[in-house]
Design a protein. Structure first.
Length: 446
């Protein structure tokens, strides 16, 4: 039987508080200064100096502004590092994020409409349909979704398609697109329930309208362009009549199939050495499937260091909302001693954090360095995409303990995997529920 809080209970709690000599002082300090300021651990902050024994030379940070496109910015950042180095480009060179965003959003809209058709025989109250309607499309995504878009549409330099007011703040666009998609869902479900032969024709008309919304908001994606630039020696170069796919092949020149997602999810439902995908998570129909190989944290960390030592940055997904100082650019789970401040136990294991919804992947960034002392990593250099007004000109320092506790995914060149891991990565994935924590980066983006 449920029990309510009685007056006697409240009196007891009050008396318990009175027994604490520090209570009044703590109340004044916390209520006046705030929780994080009162719990700040200045010793931990002092340990997070931006010095690293292994560091990849990178340029200026990008700025996703008021959009949730961290995963796109992070992925394009990993690609521009080698591109800029190979072609002697200046440090502020960027690939066009809006070009990739345009096609990602267009494909996501089609993905949603196709899933609405597939689930038309399920009731509106089913969890799957409810999940679809809750967020028809959004800014977030996964590494494999980025690969699917690039493999189909290529990439372009930022000079070929620049950011707009809408791409810098996608909130209004998302409202319009999601309202339209929900209205489209009404019509498609009705047609599907009638076994109408007009479903595909009507869906095609819907996509034409969505294309118009995206063009008005972002501009029409370029199909051919000239690439003009000056290298670091100020020498002029021009490459004419390029297509986005030709540009990717010539200048980025990456085999995206070589890069695979490694996760660390120590929950009981996900045994290690197996692969996982997330139901209804994706963007390009018949494109690359979202697929994760689950490994122990020690191995994930070892692979990350190996890739850095070989001069290549690492795309990673984490929970940036936990124990971090955005302004100072520090991510450290010892940054605030809130358990000590309130004299309560707040420590949860990594699997408990996931199972009980305390932590999810919500932000993608790029690891560009690590500080190894006596053979062990102590802190990591992180390239964020929040502009140069935070952290150290946009770069963050991540403690080793934070990395192990709140990092859930890295993207690794599979040449660094063992033969057994390569074999495991090729297996058919276990299909997880759409709302599984390993899919949340696509919906909880920062």
């Amino acid at each position: 039987m449920s029990k309510s809080i009685s007056n006697e209970n409240i009196q007891k709690y009050h008396n318990d508080l009175l027994d604490r000599k520090e209570a009044k002082v703590m109340q004044r300090a916390v209520s006046h200064n705030g929780i994080n300021s009162s719990a700040a651990n200045f010793e931990a902050e002092g340990n997070m100096k931006p010095n690293f024994s292994i560091e990849i030379d990178t340029g200026k940070v990008a700025n996703q502004k008021h959009s949730g496109r961290c995963w796109i910015f992070a992925a394009l950042n990993t690609m521009r590092h080698n591109l800029a180095k190979n072609f002697n480009l200046s440090g502020d060179f960027e690939l066009s994020q809006i070009y990739t965003t345009f096609w990602d959003k267009f494909e996501k809209c089609n993905w949603f409409l196709e899933n609405i058709i597939k689930t038309a025989d399920e009731p509106l109250t089913s969890r799957r349909v409810s999940w679809l309607l809750d967020s028809p499309q959004q800014d977030g995504g996964q590494w494999d979704m980025l690969c699917a878009v690039i493999e189909k549409y290529g990439v372009v330099p930022q000079s070929a398609m620049v950011e707009t007011a809408v791409s810098n703040d996608t909130s209004e666009l998302n409202v319009v697109l999601n309202q339209k998609l929900r209205m489209d869902a009404i019509q498609l479900r009705e047609l599907a329930s009638q076994n109408s032969s007009d479903v595909e024709k009507v869906k095609d008309e819907m996509l034409s309208e969505i294309y118009r919304v995206l063009v008005y908001s972002f501009g029409e994606p370029v199909s051919e362009f000239n690439f003009e630039y000056r290298d670091e020696k100020n020498e002029y170069h021009i490459d004419t009549d390029l297509t986005p796919k030709k540009f990717f092949d010539k200048y980025v020149n990456l085999n995206l199939e070589d890069y695979v997602s490694i996760i660390n999810s120590p929950t009981l439902d996900k045994p290690y050495e197996k692969t996982y995908t997330v139901d209804m998570l994706g963007n390009v129909i018949d494109g690359r499937q979202v697929k994760h190989l689950n490994l122990e944290m020690d191995r994930l960390e070892e692979l990350t260091i190996t890739q850095l030592k070989n001069g290549e940055s690492v795309w990673f997904g984490s929970d940036v909302s936990k124990e971090s100082d955005r302004k100072k650019g520090i991510m450290d789970d010892n940054l605030y001693s809130k358990d000590e401040l309130f004299d309560i136990d707040l420590l949860m294991s990594k699997d408990e954090q996931l199972d009980y919804h305390q932590s999810v992947m919500n932000h993608a960034m790029v690891i560009t360095g690590v500080d190894i002392v006596d053979g062990q990593p102590t802190k990591w250099k992180v390239e964020n995409s929040w502009g140069n007004q935070v952290g150290s000109k946009g770069y963050f320092v991540m403690s080793e303990s934070w990395f192990r506790r709140f990092t859930y995914q890295v993207v690794i060149n599979k040449k660094y995997l063992s033969e057994e891991e390569k074999k495991n990565q090729e297996q058919d994935p276990v299909v997880l529920d759409p709302w599984d924590p390993m899919g949340t980066l696509a919906f909880n983006e920062k």
